[in-house]
Every structure is written in structure tokens, then in C-alpha cells.
Design a protein around this ligand. Sequence first.
Ligand code: SAM
Ligand code: SF4
Ligand code: SF4
Length: 354
Amino acid sequence: MSNVRTEDDRRTAITDRLGRPLRDLRVSLTDECNFRCTYCMPEELYGEGYPFLNPASLLTFEEIGNVVRQLATLGVEKVKITGGEPLLRPGVHNLVSDLLSIPGIRDVGLITNGFHLAGVAERLRDAGLSRVTVSLDSIVPETFDRIVGRGGGLERVVSGLRRARQVGFDPVKVNMVVQRGVNDGEILEMAQFARDEGLELRFIEYMDVGRRNEYHDSLLVPSAEIRDAIDARDPIRAVDPQYYGEVADTYEYLDGAGRIGFISSMTQPFCGTCTRLRLSADGKLYRCLFSGIGLDVRNILRDDVAERDDRLNAAVRRFWGIREDRYSELRGSDRDAAAGSRRHERVEMYRMGG
Ligand code: SAM
Ligand code: SF4
Ligand code: SF4
């Protein structure tokens, strides 16, 4: 089946109230995880027996395919598979090849904590997975264990990274959430590790997403500070953005040995070019990482098959058409509006798909 967008498809691309097109989709496969990162699913709140989603409520791969097929006709070109921990779902490689066979979908990536990556990297590559990102906040075992809590296993994550490189993923990206007083003393060490291993490291600013982590401004380390520290040791220069809506500011080392990126959602919000929709594991679409309310598409998917595609299409058009979310921008410039939004219900990141 061809992956080329037809003229018809192109004509149906939609934009929101702020003129932003719909281009990217993050698909969460599960809300569960084998780790308990302090900033995402703190152990005190997500202990044994926590009521994660019932397996029957999770979208099947076929249902996910049906949603993506409709979204592709409305402009979605790139899909990133996420969670929770997506590799807890068996057969992710099958989903990857299914999604890549949908006309208009030209890129399917995966973000994982890396724990189960080594065993499936080859199958994912064979399925055509376009890119892999591994979240790794420290290569110091004590710091790593402290951040990820239960489940640990730094060596397994590092093996996963190496295996991904070996089977040919290039680049393999590594996301490091930097927290002051926790792992900010390890920035240069991580940068060196990434250079030695041929990985593209991206520093992520700790976000006030969700309601259940203990975000505080004092934990935030601005990207500019990290960039200056790296530049002072190994000089870097900015690289032009590769595409509209790219969230990372990318730099390359002047000595030619690799690239590095910064995702500065807190200090330099990128809502103006945010083209991303999120699909939760139980079939809700969210227009913003800071949303409280999603559009339930599972009901549509499990209803009358004859009208399913038209109903899905119309519902998403309406939903995206009235989108005006830009929380991160308001957080900085309109304290009242942001405070109002903070008081509202907000869905946790592991649930809507980080
Ligand atoms: N479990 C997978 C993983 O860790 O890569 C995928 C889901 S996780 C929610 C996706 C990304 O969100 C990870 O890179 C994680 O570090 C990041 N993340 C989670 N909570 C965050 C927060 N409060 N601030 C910044 N990044 C966060
Ligand atoms: Fe799990 Fe990823 Fe959240 Fe860590 S950031 S608890 S690995 S979902
Ligand atoms: Fe997009 Fe919402 Fe994040 Fe802004 S705050 S970049 S609109 S997800």
C-alpha cells in the first residue's frame, strides 16, 4: 500500500483556532509502568494494588489503527508510541507495521524507559520503526535507582540503548529530565556518555504536568544553564530546525562528534507551533498535555461499525477546530489564566501519553 498522501487527503487537513495544523499523534498503549519515576508516578501514590486501567478498556491495536487511519486523512503524518511503558504491551512491532501501512503515515517512533528494549529492538527495526527514544536520567546507579524507584535496572536500560544502536537505529535519542539537586550534577557526565555511545542526548526541563508529582520551581534547571555548562567544556553551535513544530532546539559539537538537544517547555514554550494530539490507552483524545477533558473515541469505535469512520472524522474535526490550548505560554505571561487552569482537573502524563 502506498504511503503517499493523495490530493484528496491533503484537502482535508485541519487547523485549530490559532491556525495550528494537526500533524502529530502520541499513542499511549498502557497506563502501567514497571518504574516509578518520582516526577511521573511516585511510589507513595502508585503502590501495589493501584487501580490501573482494566485490560478490557484498553484500545486494541486494530482500534488504534482505525483512529490513526482517520487522523491521517486530517493531517497526521507522524505517530509516537508511548505510555506508561509501551513495551509492557506484547507485539508492539505488529502495531508499528500496521501504522506504517496507513496512507499518509510516514514516521512511527517509540519512547520507552528501555528496560525491555534489548529483546525487541531487532523486531521493531524489521517492522520499520523510524526512531527510538529512551528515557534515562542518570548513569550513576544510585541516582538512577532513586529516580526510577521500583523496578530499577540501569544495566538493562544501557543494554537496550546499545542494542538499539547495534541493530541500526540512528540516531538513538536519550531523554534526560533534569532536576536541581537530584541529577543536575551529572549533566557533563551524561553528555560524555552520550558522545561515547553515539547517542543524541536531549535535556528536558522538569514540567509541572499533572497533579501528582511534587513539581516545584526550585527543581527546574533552565536549558540555557545546561547549554552554557556544556558549551564551556565542549563548544556547540545551534542547528536549524529540521521541520515545523520541532520541540527540541538542536546543537552540534564543533568537533563534529555528535548532537545534543534541549526541550525547554518551561522557559521557552512552543505552543505556537504545537501540532500534537494525544490518544490515551483507553481511547480519549487530548489536545494539550495540560488538558483535563478528553474526547472519548472508544465509544465511537465500539459502536456501529457502518458509521464509525464518518463519526470519528467529524468528531475530531470539531474537537481540533475549536482548540485554543496554550498552557505553557499562559503559564509565563498570563498568571491568572494559568492559575485558573491549574485549579482544574488535569490528566496525568503517564495516562494521556507522555
Ligand atoms: N515510559 C516511557 C518513558 O519513560 O520513556 C514513556 C512514557 S513517559 C511519560 C514519556 C516521557 O515523559 C519520558 O521521557 C519522561 O521522562 C517524561 N516525563 C514524565 N513526567 C515528566 C515531567 N514531570 N516533566 C518532564 N518530563 C516528564
Ligand atoms: Fe514509567 Fe516513563 Fe513515567 Fe518513568 S516516566 S514512571 S518510566 S511512564
Ligand atoms: Fe502543546 Fe499544550 Fe504543551 Fe502548549 S502546553 S506545547 S499547547 S501540549
